[in-house]
Design a protein around this ligand. Structure first.
Ligand code: G3H
Ligand code: 13P
Ligand code: ZN
Length: 341
């Protein structure tokens, strides 16, 4: 039996993006695969009064079990409401459950039927007309149910478990109006130089600062500006937006890891993007790295510890702090639904 997200207390992205656009900030879209990540995302976003998009990739669905993840998201909404009630918040932060990088109509439909309030259909690797046809098929199913749909034009470089693109291709601004008109999507992911994962730029693409830290080439804000001109007021999405926090890289490497030359998108550039038409910023890798850094440190410093709560607990606490800081300093989404609690 299909279930509507409306009965689960979830929100689609319509009102979220309208407010983000007007307020010149971006809604965080944080990926999760397990309980600690989900707890940290909800805690950070409820306490900073930030709207939030909980993202589930098809890889996450396979890893954690699709039914379990969907009920975890439903539980997360209840947890958020209880926290708000306990702390006397006078409004609720909106929470969206979103499919990240959906690649087939069947996957998008299955997520919508199980209570997702938003789906991405990523046909960016397909020929243009095929991308339009697939995206349109998903919109036709989602629209009557009030479920939001994100499409993508242009290809990001980078490699994830299920998301791969050998080479990036920037979004062609001359295609965006036609794509949005013919697909009727609610938001559009674009390619302006970000990429997935922890190695977003090759060292040869970067310069080095005085301390020898890699400085990546700037994002293509000129392409973003052209797209904004062609689609006034339309919500744009930025994938591959982790900063690859250098403290986390250093901790991982200090405690036995090997993440040489890991580099991400500088946070000032993401803040700049969040002030523009970019209404949704996707962050997964930073969460993975902060978790790994903390766990490596606990293992190295307390080798006798074997209770998972003793390393997953500190990892969760570090995640809460990282997400709060992102909401406040990078996305600008903190304090948008009342004062912090
Ligand atoms: O954009 C991709 C996300 O980081 C999800 O990655 O497919 O490894 O779960 P994943
Ligand atoms: P990062 O790998 O930069 O965190 O990007 C995540 C993402 O785009 C999820 O769709
Ligand atoms: Zn992505």
């Amino acid at each position: 039996m299909p279930v509507s997200y409306k009965d689960l207390g979830l929100a689609n992205t319509k009102d979220m993006f309208r407010r983000a656009f007007a307020g010149q900030y971006a809604v965080p879209a944080y990926n999760f695969n397990n309980m600690e990540q989900l707890q940290a995302i909800i805690t950070a976003c409820v306490e900073t009064r930030s709207p939030v998009i909980l993202q589930i990739s098809s890889g996450a669905r396979k890893y954690a079990n699709q039914t379990l993840l969907r009920y975890m998201a439903e539980g997360a909404v209840r947890m958020a409401r209880e926290m708000e009630k306990a702390k006397g918040a006078d409004q609720a932060v909106p929470i969206t459950l979103h499919l990240d990088h959906g690649d087939t109509f069947e996957l998008a439909k299955s997520c919508i039927d199980s209570g997702f309030s938003s789906v991405m259909i990523d046909g960016s690797h397909l020929p243009y007309e095929d991308n339009i046809a697939l995206t349109r098929q998903v919109v036709d199913f989602a629209r009557p149910l009030d479920v939001s749909v994100e499409g993508e034009l242009g290809r990001l470089a980078g490699i994830e478990d299920e998301v791969q693109a050998e080479k990036s291709t920037y979004t062609h601004p001359e295609q965006v109006v036609d794509f949005v008109k013919r697909t009727s999507v609610d938001s559009l992911a674009i390619s302006i130089g970000t990429s997935h994962g922890a190695y977003k730029f090759k060292p040869e693409q970067c310069t080095r600062d005085a301390r020898g830290v890699l400085v990546p080439p700037p994002l293509r804000f000129d392409i973003l500006a052209e797209i904004e001109k062609k689609l006034p007021g339309f919500p744009i999405v930025l994938h591959g937006a982790s900063s690859v926090i250098q403290e986390a890289v250093a901790t991982i490497n200090k405690f036995g890891g090997k993440m040489k030359d890991a580099v991400g998108v500088p946070e000032e550039q993401l803040r700049q993007a969040a002030r523009s038409a970019v209404c949704k910023i996707n962050i997964d890798t930073d969460g993975r790295m902060v978790m790994t850094a903390t766990i490596r440190q606990v293992f190295a410093e307390q080798p006798g510890e074997f209770d998972p709560r003793k390393y997953l607990g500190p990892a969760r606490a570090a995640l809460v702090e990282m997400y709060k800081r992102k909401n406040r300093e990078v996305l600008g989404s903190a304090g948008r639904y009342g004062s912090e609690i």
